[in-house]
Design a protein around this ligand. Structure first.
Ligand code: DGL
Length: 283
């Protein structure tokens, strides 16, 4: 028998946070700083990362599997802490899948909250976006920025080597400079009036120092963690019925589809504290 609407609304659980790999931990870190009382269940699909070069259909299928898994583990709310998944899967999941799975649950992404902040940041109205091939080719940022700020120009740069550098623990290595400089130079060669560079991939905060080094001084480099955390806090104020369903035990549980020991090692850098991850299979 299907649970009643009332029963569905009365269950509570941790906030689910999903990314293709480690990147979403950069978002989780800021969310936990902003909203430390809640329980969090993080899932990194490291076994199938990177998502960036994958097709719409595949990213959608993988993301839906992750969302279903997090729902099955009791999450009333799931944050797609991944731009690629937000760009390629969020809308379909919200429109087509959620009404069938459970219309009382919610899945939120990272693109809209980031774009909402862009207006306050840019004076020239020229915004640079660095992201995965998937995010850039989806044109999600161009479209969202165009909707909210029609006079703005969005200039994007695909950065396909950056996620593999992070996932392979090479983000601090001198070899990473070559690719970071190449992508930053290519971005500014398209438009030198860019005054705001969005790091539109949750893996890129690990490369922040290197990216900052090559971006011209007058331009700001924006990471998403605090923006998404503020937006979630605001969401809870506007949706107390969802806030009540998120349990408050202050715990964080991390799951990975790959090797949990490697995950735990790198996760420490992202989260700023020791964690022990567990392995799960999504299929
Ligand atoms: N962290 C993901 C993002 O924000 C990385 C995507 C990937 O796996 O390529 O886009």
């Amino acid at each position: 028998m299907e649970p009643s609407e009332e029963a569905k609304l009365s269950f509570s659980g941790p906030i689910g946070v999903f990314d293709s790999g480690y990147g979403g931990l950069s978002i989780l870190r800021r969310i936990r700083e902003r909203l430390p009382l809640y329980d969090y269940l993080y899932l990194g699909d490291n076994a199938r990362a990177p998502y960036g070069p994958r097709s719409f259909d595949v990213v959608y299928r993988f993301t839906l599997e992750a969302v279903r898994y997090l729902f099955a583990r009791g999450c009333p709310l799931v944050i797609l802490a991944c731009n690629t998944a937000s760009a390629k899967a969020l809308r379909s999941i919200q429109r087509n899948d959620l009404p069938l799975i459970d219309p009382t649950r919610r899945v939120l992404g990272v693109i809209r909250p980031t774009v909402e902040k862009v207006g306050e940041m840019s004076s020239t109205g020229v915004v640079g976006v660095m992201g995965t091939n998937g995010t850039v080719r989806s044109r999600s940022y161009d479209m969202e920025i165009g909707k909210l700020y029609p006079s703005f120009t969005t200039v994007s740069q695909e950065c396909p080597m950056l996620v593999p550098l992070v996932e392979n623990e090479e983000s601090a290595a001198p070899g990473a400079d070559y690719f970071v400089k190449k992508y930053v130079d290519a971005l500014f060669a398209k438009n030198s009036d860019i005054d705001t560079v969005l790091l539109a991939c949750t893996h890129y905060p690990l490369l922040y120092d290197k990216i900052r080094c090559y971006v011209p001084e007058g331009a700001r480099v924006v990471t998403q963690g605090e923006i998404v955390a503020d937006s979630l806090a605001d969401y809870f104020v506007r949706h107390p019925e969802m806030e009540r369903r998120c349990t408050r035990g202050g715990s964080t549980t991390c799951l990975t589809t790959e090797n949990p020991e490697s995950f735990s090692r790198l996760a420490r850098i992202f989260l700023g504290e020791e964690i022990t991850a567990n392995h799960i299979d999504l299929v």
